[in-house]
Every structure is written in C-alpha cells, then in structure tokens.
Design a protein. Structure first.
Length: 394
C-alpha cells in the first residue's frame, strides 16, 4: 500500500472502519461494531478472506476504537505498522463552511459541533469518533470528509428555499444535500464507463440504500440533489418519508398534540417503507409483493414513482443526461426497483435492456439508448481515502 488510510464512520451506536489505499481505493481490512453502549456489542472484522466475529461489552466509542486496534493486531497488520498517512472520518453535515475535506484541529472540532443543530442524529456521533481517534492516534492527521461537500456547487436556484430571509440568513436554512462522497465517486465512474472525461458528461446518480438520494451532476459538478437541509427530503426511504407537505407536521401537532420531537422521530424513523409495507428490507418487501401482499405492492410503486419523478426532473434540470447510474444496496441489487423507476421514461431517452437489467449490468440500457443506464457499485470509503490522500499531498 502506498497511501494507507484508516476510514472511520462513527454512528450513534455503531463504528464502521476500513483500511483503504487512497491511491488504488482497495480495502485490505474492514469491520463493523454494532450496538456500541449495549451489553452485547458485536465486532465483525474482515481481513482478506478471513472473517472473525466476537461479542463483547463495548461501552463507548473509545472502547470501540481500542477494540478495532486490537482486532488489527490479531488479524492482519497492526495499525502501528501499517504506515497510515491519516485517519479519515465521515462527517455528515459540513454546513456552508466545509466544502472540502479538512485536517481536524480544535477549531474544526468546535465548528463540527456547532453544526450538530443541523444534523442532531449524525454530527455528534461523527465528532465522538474524531475526538477518540485524536487521542488514540495523536501523531496522525485526522481528516474530516463531509457528506454535504460535493453539493457545495448546487446553485441558488436549486439550494434556496422560498422561506423568510431570517430563516436563511440567521438559521442556515437551505438545501445542503448528502451522500456526497457516493455521488462524486459514482458520477466519475459512470463517465469512465462512457469512456469520457467527467467534465464532458451529465450524469444522474440514484443512490438507493436505507437512506436514498438522487443527484444531477453536470460536467462533474452537483447542480441539484434530492435531500435538503437534512436527509429527510426527497425520495421515500427505509424509514424516512421523503417529500411531504410540511403542513402535515402542523396538522398532526394540532390534531394529536404530538411534540415536534415525536413528529421528527415519526418522519425519520417510522415512515418510508416501514410505514407503507411494514418492512425496511427491500428484499422482504419485494418477496411480499410477489406473494400478493397489496401493501407491499403499493409501497414498491410509490418508492419507484418518486425516483422516476426525480429522474425526469433532473433530465430537465440538466437539459439532457448522458447517463443514469444506480448505486447502493437497492440500486445495485434490485432489478425490479430499477425497472420500476425507469418505466415510462422511454420518451425522455431511456431504453432499458430487460435481460441486462436482470443480470445486474453494468450497462442495463440497449446499445442504441440515447441515455446510457448503468449499475455502479459505490465505494464511499475509497472516495474518502482518495480525497484524504489528495488533501494531504497538496
Ligand atoms: P446503507 O444506507 O445502510 O448503507 P445499503 O446501501 O447497504 O444501506 O442498502 C441497504 C438496503 O439494500 C436494504 O434495504 C436492503 O434490503 C437492500 N438490498 C440489499 N440487497 C438487496 C437485494 N438483493 N435486493 C433488493 N434489495 C437489496
């Protein structure tokens, strides 16, 4: 490895990590700690073909990262001998300030903390990972890579909401967008697959995981994206509603007396496919729909219809697209969702090749299709490592 980076994605009760080469984007070791803070935490560690799993009580993120260091010592190369150039941290919200990766110091840490009001579910956990890693690896640069940064190029016409000026000026209310490392990586890969430079092509990326967003990428720059101030806006997701009339919140508050915290939870954690189909896992929803479950069938229709509307809107926003790329758990694996999302876009230049779609691509449109449709596996950790390497070498 010539630029080994330890990439850390620290959530409220989980820590994901990968040892990635920032030049080749290859990961040699990866792992996940689930249920941090609970009595039985699970650490899964993969080194090459070897996979180990153990259960232990991991009380907090500090104990979690120490367990990661120990796992590297037992399986693979100890981190102290890995020649690490940095520890890179995924940070969800960078606000208007962080439009590029940054080396973390005390002032950056405080700024990420202040942005927690915009991402209360994510930034505090990301920050906890940074604080712990700074103590554990005091000699290494800690780099923060932001989910919002790729969307810093979205122009005002797409990022401003038509709301009172003081909301925008004093409270940071605007569209920021998320999944930026994935949209950046996949749009570049899509251009590569077309045999063109990213600056020559317009690509629409549909990142469909538990969280989901669509981005319009014009000549390498994000010009619109479906998530907004927070990841709640846009597509129907596993547990998030995506776009709704905001007056629903006031209506439910008045009708039931539910607090704003309860409504926030309801829209972020109890909506989406969970609310429509009773299931988050798209494989289970698809199987239920196949078996005749009406709620699952309608949920799938709603899910795909929302994606289709965004793709149509972004073809218009871009003045025509060269490629549509599907990525993340659902985008990479569900031929049914891809077909459902693309149905009736024939008039806009999408000709799906059903056999290629069923086989998973990579190209799933017919050879003559004006818009090339493809399946592109995302690599968020690789992109984070690559951006970290580029930052430190500049
Ligand atoms: P996250 O946003 O948590 O990173 P992923 O990108 O891993 O999510 O995507 C998780 C989703 O991918 C789940 O809803 C899961 O059901 C879905 N998924 C994984 N494999 C398949 C498959 N073969 N068919 C349909 N959906 C799948």
């Amino acid at each position: 490895m010539s630029a080994p980076v330890l990439v850390v994605n620290s959530g409220s009760s989980s820590i994901k990590y990968q040892l990635v080469d920032g030049e080749t984007l290859q990961a040699s070791t990866s792992g996940l700690i689930e249920r941090v803070g609970q009595s039985e935490s699970i650490l899964t560690h993969r080194h090459g073909d070897e996979r180990t799993e153990r259960t232990a009580h991991i009380a907090d993120h500090a104990a979690g990262l120490e367990a990661v260091v120990a796992a590297f010592e037992e399986h693979g190369t100890p981190l102290a001998d890995a020649g690490l150039i940095a520890v890179a941290h995924r940070v969800v919200h960078g606000g208007e300030r962080f439009v590029q990766p940054v080396v973390v110091d005390d002032e950056v840490e405080a700024a990420i903390d202040r942005l927690s009001s915009l991402a209360p579910l994510h930034n505090p956990a990301n920050l906890e990972g940074i604080r712990v890693a700074r103590k554990l690896f005091p000699r290494l640069p800690q780099v923060a890579v932001f989910d919002t940064a790729f969307h810093a190029t979205v122009p005002e016409r797409a990022h401003l909401y038509a709301v009172p000026a003081s909301w925008r000026e004093d409270h940071g209310v605007r569209r920021y967008g998320f999944h930026g490392t994935s949209h950046a990586y996949v749009s570049r890969k899509a251009a590569e697959m077309l045999g063109r430079h990213p600056k020559e092509v317009n690509v629409i990326v549909a990142h469909l995981g538990n969280g989901a967003s669509v981005t319009a990428v014009e000549r390498g720059r994000s010009i619109d994206t479906s998530m907004g101030l927070t990841p709640l806006e846009g597509l129907v997701m596993g547990t998030r509603s995506g776009d709704i009339d905001p007056a629903i919140v006031f209506h439910m508050h008045r009708s039931t007396g539910a607090s704003f915290a309860d409504l926030d939870d309801a829209l972020n954690k109890e909506s989406g496919m969970l609310a429509l189909a009773g299931q988050i896992d798209m494989r289970v929803v698809e199987a239920a729909a196949e078996g005749g479950d009406r709620a699952a069938q309608i949920a799938l229709e709603i899910y795909c219809y929302r994606i289709r509307k965004y793709i149509g809107a972004y073809i218009a926003a871009l003045g025509g697209a060269d490629a549509i790329a599907f990525t993340a758990g659902i985008g990479e694996n569900s031929a049914e969702v891809r077909a459902g999302a693309l149905g009736s876009l024939t008039a806009l230049g999408v000709r799906l090749d059903e056999a290629a779609n069923a086989a998973g691509g990579p190209v799933i449109s017919t050879p003559g299709s004006p818009i090339t449709v493809m399946v592109v596996p995302t690599n968020e950790e690789g992109e984070i490592a690559a951006q970290t390497t580029a930052l430190l070498r500049n």
